[in-house]
Design a protein around this ligand. Structure first.
Ligand code: SF4
Ligand code: SF4
Length: 101
């Protein structure tokens, strides 16, 4: 434990410390923006898309939303850029774009 942390601990009575090993609310991957890891980005070419929706079930992160039988724009907050959807699309309606660093 760092000296600073030790000093803070000495100022807080143990009765006011957070109880350990207790879970106060469920975790959710929605709060973890895994899209920040991405180095390449899939881009949906809507004009080429036939709405076959084949790409959606292949995405391991459920980043291709489908509503009323049609796919929507990528969820870039969670897309990790694995490229599986690009391979899955039979109509070449998804292409790579390099991320700018
Ligand atoms: S697989 Fe390709 S053509 Fe089919 S919905 Fe996805 S992007 Fe569109
Ligand atoms: S690149 Fe990978 S994570 Fe991103 S939408 Fe396609 S399949 Fe999903």
């Amino acid at each position: 434990m760092s000296r600073k942390a030790a000093e803070i601990n000495e100022q807080i009575p143990w009765q006011e410390l957070t109880v350990g090993c207790e879970i106060y609310e469920p975790g959710t991957s929605r709060l973890t923006k895994t899209g920040e890891w991405r180095s390449k980005t899939p881009v949906w070419i809507e004009e080429k898309c036939k709405q076959c929706v084949l790409c959606a079930p292949f995405c391991p992160d459920a980043c291709i939303p489908v509503a009323d039988g049609k796919r929507g724009e990528f969820d870039y907050d969670h897309c990790k850029g694995c490229g599986i959807c690009i391979k899955a699309c039979p109509f070449h309606a998804i292409e790579w774009k390099e991320e700018e660093v």
